[in-house]
Design a protein around this ligand. Sequence first.
Ligand SMILES: Nc1ncnc2c1ncn2[C@@H]1O[C@H](COP(=O)(O)OP(=O)(O)OP(=O)(O)O)[C@@H](O)[C@H]1O
Length: 381
Amino acid sequence: MAANGGVPGQDFPNPLAGNPKYQTVRELGAGSFGIVQLAINKQTGEQVAVKFLPRGPDKVTKHVERELRSHSSFCHPHVVLFKEVFLTQSHLAIVMEFCSGGDLFQYVRDRGPLREDEARRFLQQLVIGLDYCHRMGVVNRDIKLENALLDRNKRLLKITDFGYAKTAADSLPKSEVGTPNYAAPEVISGIRRTYDGTKADVWSCGVMLYIMLFHVYPFERPDDPPGPRGFAKVLERTQNVDYRIPSNPRISSACRDFLSHLLVADPDQRLSTAAIMEHPWFCQGLPPGVKSLNDECLRLKPSMEQQQRTDEEIARVVREAMVLPNQMGGPPHARHASLASKSTSGSSELENYDPVFEEAYEAETTRGGDHHHRHQHKHGP
Ligand SMILES: Nc1ncnc2c1ncn2[C@@H]1O[C@H](COP(=O)(O)OP(=O)(O)OP(=O)(O)O)[C@@H](O)[C@H]1O
């Protein structure tokens, strides 16, 4: 921490300086919208991640409001838990569950291709989390390795970043969003004025699985030219579904079949998350009870009145955050406009859920085998 209480490398004072509830531990990273800090809740000792968006109309937009609305309605073991949002003098602060194991991109980058059963375990968790979001009426549209965070044991996966998410009520997505390497053909082509965002998310899951298995992007080639020409080739191959299955590391025919049902050009022919959950490759080693987890989580959904109150509160905080503090003439420091804190407590089934996948991993590890192949590829993560 800089001497002035500021964040090293940042030209503004630490937004949490003097905050009565949270204290900064360290910076976790920066995204395109703002920085993320690890902080500690001084009252409970709990570690949390706090994302800061600079106040003012440039960074705090209606998209932020939508992200917060979606995120605040979720309560699921494979979705990073939203805790609260508040205003500081300079920033809108979004408090989330802290995932100390880094993201799946770093994990795959450090290990090389994952063993098929390890890749499947991550994919299972991703799809279960995603199916829940879809059933809550939200498509993510930015599914990628970087947005899958891991717990301290690097076993449990949690989806994060709903910056591009759309609710079903917002109508089907029309804009081209997401990350090019993970974008579905119908998103790239723009031929359909609208597309089914749930199926675009499924395509991105297919890309993620491919990268986990082979440590390279499916539609890139090592001899692609750099810059826009290489980029254009990736888009062209995506639209032609022109990918190859490397012979090394060898994958099972069931896995190959599974992948070929995710990376399908026609979204109507592509598996839905519900159909994925019936595929034999996906079901292998799936801990018992996991398939009914989403029904349980959906039962915990806030009531319409509750969610309406939360949405109104979010709208109020976001409206205030859009105005620069010196234009408000309001209180000078850390105006705490927070929502009630959330946790998964109250549902014993959810509280007991995390060990389910952990135990499944343990069983798998005991069964043996070298967990991590270490093939090096030129253009992988
Ligand atoms: N809940 C969290 N727990 C632990 N680390 C987190 C958490 N949320 C974000 N991070 C880390 O903070 C960094 C910035 O995250 P953020 O979501 O702002 O940006 P991003 O997803 O990398 O980029 P962008 O927002 O441009 O897509 C990332 O390295 C991410 O791993």
